[in-house]
Design a protein around this ligand. Structure first.
Ligand SMILES: Nc1ncnc2c1ncn2[C@@H]1O[C@H](COP(=O)(O)OP(=O)(O)O)[C@@H](O)[C@H]1O
Ligand SMILES: O=C(CO)[C@@H](O)[C@H](O)COP(=O)(O)O
Length: 467
């Protein structure tokens, strides 16, 4: 049996799956935690990846591996290959002002035309501008800019700071793929090339950028082994690949971030900045919206009510759709869509009658899902069909999330079997690199909550949207 490995280096954890390259059958897996916070020394991600691989039984028998990861994070390297400072992650909102400055200087319409996106705080370009303005000493040292999956792929191949690996710094050996490059706001999905002028505008000087590989192009081999290394991908593009998402499928992922995305044959540009015109991992495109407040909204409210996730779900299902008028605008971490980096969470509509534990619990589910349903509308506005919603991510296995999703979204909701779709997509990419043909592994469905659309949920959420 030929085995392939896929890695998901996400915000909270690193997950590794090892699969049979032909059938896609799972063979073994492992995971390790990441430190909390919105800036992290990427060495900790490297250590977690090594621990997760070890917990998955190592790479014995594995013929190819690919790494997918959280998008956008800035890993700034000096000329010796050392990280200049801890990585600034996608959910670090300090760069909101820098994003605003870049958009003012370039113009939202021009950004959308050149990169398919209008940068907000999450994007790499905004983080580079923040570095230039707030840590000029560090900015001056930047010789190369990598994203989390680029840097992990580089380390896996034996490159790294002088002395850390057998091959030395070799900044020119950095590689990435279209999907992650498209989250920088200095790469064009229209031309498939970097926009070096926009990079320089953000950082203040040129820098080495990872070479952008094609969907099944080899990056090299794992240091000291013949194991092939794939190009890797941004986590959302990897999930689309892992789900084998087809036209008409809209993926809604409820993990640390909430994302809504679909694979399309045409690049998109939304000058309002709501929909990011990303590329996917198959040579197509992946219009996407992302929210900062997803599964952790439920974590926060479960903590407040001192219940488990399952108990929170039972409480929520005790309240009627619309939660008796209670609305949670769940901006616990500021928000990216809508672009409100400094916002905080607010509860609306409380009365003596509605101030109950079930209503608060339901308002948490509804608030989180309404933000994603607004995103689905925006994606449809880009000419994307939505025949069904594929619900994935850590919170998708929660029965109340499934039921309330079927009440919030218009299209039917399908919940694939519990799985690590980002890591699965990376494993599928590794199999693709190996066989030079895209694998078509079967997708099994765990639940199809009966369609039960309740317009009241979104109507009352929308009433407070502008406040
Ligand atoms: N049954 C559940 N109900 C609600 N939330 C859950 C459940 N299981 C996991 N989660 C939440 O899902 C999140 C992790 O999701 P995951 O998709 O693995 O994260 P990431 O986006 O970092 O990859 C955590 O915040 C966790 O608390
Ligand atoms: O910023 C985005 C997408 O634009 C996020 O989706 C990140 O890619 C992080 O994802 P998770 O850690 O939640 O998977």
């Amino acid at each position: 049996m030929t085995l392939v490995a896929g890695v998901d280096s996400s915000t909270q954890n690193c997950k590794v799956v090892i699969r049979d390259a032909d059938s896609g059958a799972p063979v073994r897996s492992g995971r390790a935690g990441h430190p909390p916070g919105t800036e992290v020394d990427p060495v900790r991600w490297w250590e977690a990846m090594r621990a997760a691989i070890a917990r998955a039984g190592g790479l014995d028998g594995v013929a190819a591996i690919s790494v997918a990861g959280q998008q956008h994070g800035l890993i700034a390297l000096d000329s010796a290959g050392h990280v200049v400072r801890p990585a600034l992650m996608w959910n670090d909102t300090r760069s909101a002002g820098a994003a605003g400055d870049l958009v003012r200087e370039v113009g939202a319409e021009v950004y959308a035309k050149r990169t398919g996106t209008v940068p907000v705080a999450s994007f790499t370009a905004a983080k580079l501008r923040w570095l230039r303005d707030h840590e000029p000493g560090n900015a001056a040292k930047v010789a190369a800019v990598a994203l989390p999956h680029d840097w992990l792929t580089w380390r896996l191949r034996g490159f790294g700071p002088a002395g850390a690996g057998p091959l030395g710094p070799e900044l020119g050996e950095l590689v990435t793929d279209r999907s992650d490059a498209s989250g920088t706001a200095y790469w064009s999905p229209f031309t498939g090339a970097y926009d070096e002028e926009l990079l320089e505008l953000a950082l203040g000087h040129p820098a080495v950028l990872p070479r952008v590989l094609g969907p099944a192009e080899r990056a090299g081999t794992v240091a000291g082994t013949p194991i092939a290394v794939g190009p890797g991908a941004g986590d959302n593009a990897a999930a689309a690949l892992g789900l084998d998402a087809a036209r008409g499928d809209v993926v809604v992922s409820i993990g640390t971030s909430g994302t809504v995305f679909a694979v399309t044959g045409h690049p998109t540009r939304d000058e309002t900045g709501t929909v990011a015109g990303f590329a996917d991992a198959t040579g197509q495109f992946l219009p996407l919206i992302a929210t900062l407040n997803a599964a952790r909204v439920l974590d926060a409210v479960a903590g407040l009510l001192d219940v488990t996730h399952e108990e929170l779900g039972l409480l929520a299902l005790d309240a009627p759709p619309g939660a008796g008028g209670v609305v949670l605008q769940p901006y616990f971490e500021g928000e990216r869509t809508p672009n409100l980096p400094d916002a905080t969470a607010t509860l609306f509509g409380l009365t003596l009658a509605s101030a109950t534990r079930p209503a608060l619990a339901r308002a948490a589910f509804e608030g989180m899902l309404c933000g994603l349903a607004d995103g689905l509308d925006a994606i449809r506005g880009q000419g994307v069909e939505a025949d069904r919603v594929l619900l994935i991510g850590g919170a998708a296995q929660n029965a109340a999330v499934q039921r309330i999703a079927a009440q919030t979204f218009e299209p039917p909701v399908v919940v694939p079997r519990p799985g690590e779709y980002v890591a699965d997509g990376a494993a599928a990419q590794a199999a693709w690199v190996l066989a030079e043909a895209r694998p078509r592994w079967p997708l099994s469905v765990a639940a199809e909550p009966p369609p039960d659309h309740r317009p009241v949920i979104r109507h009352q959420y929308a009433r407070y949207a502008a406040l």
